[in-house]
Design a protein. Structure first.
Length: 152
């Protein structure tokens, strides 16, 4: 093979430094743009996990209600404390950032509401609540100050 043929073959299969630099720059820009969306996706995922955990606790509380002659736990406490001492064969999920889910007994244990603070995207503090009467929703004021289900 002559020198001219070898040069033709090597020139056909190579990238220039400009092409490589351009590809690296585009990948860098895409990564930088994607990183701006990542924290909000993490917040939404943690809030979704909180909502799921609260629903699981509500189901465990209904099992407790049936097993204990129509009463819920009467102590106002962190749900993980109630779960470990009162629920049989139940998993006790923990908030994704380690804070406790809250439980409030109402009317001497005949009703309850449970809640967790959501991180949310946008700055306003919101609380996700499930009440024993079946109401589920979000409010902006701290529900721990209520003596009944804080949802309308």
């Amino acid at each position: 093979m002559s020198k001219e043929e070898r040069m033709k073959l090597s020139a056909v299969h190579a990238f220039t430094i400009i092409e490589l630099t351009l590809v690296i720059a585009v990948i860098g820009i895409m990564a930088a743009v994607g990183m701006n969306y990542f924290p909000s996706a993490q917040i939404k995922a943690r809030d979704t996990q909180r909502m799921s955990d609260i629903k699981n606790y509500a189901n465990a509380l209904e099992v407790y209600y049936v097993a204990n002659d129509g009463t819920y736990p009467s102590a106002n406490d962190d749900l993980d404390q109630i779960c470990t001492s009162g629920f049989q064969n139940a998993e006790c999920p923990v908030d994704p950032q380690g804070t406790s889910y809250q439980y409030y007994a109402v009317n001497g244990g005949s009703e309850y509401f449970i809640y967790s603070e959501l991180e949310g995207v946008g700055g306003a503090t919101k609380y996700y609540i499930i009440c024993s009467n079946g109401l589920v929703g979000e409010i902006e004021s701290d529900p721990g100050t209520n003596s009944t289900c804080p949802l309308p």
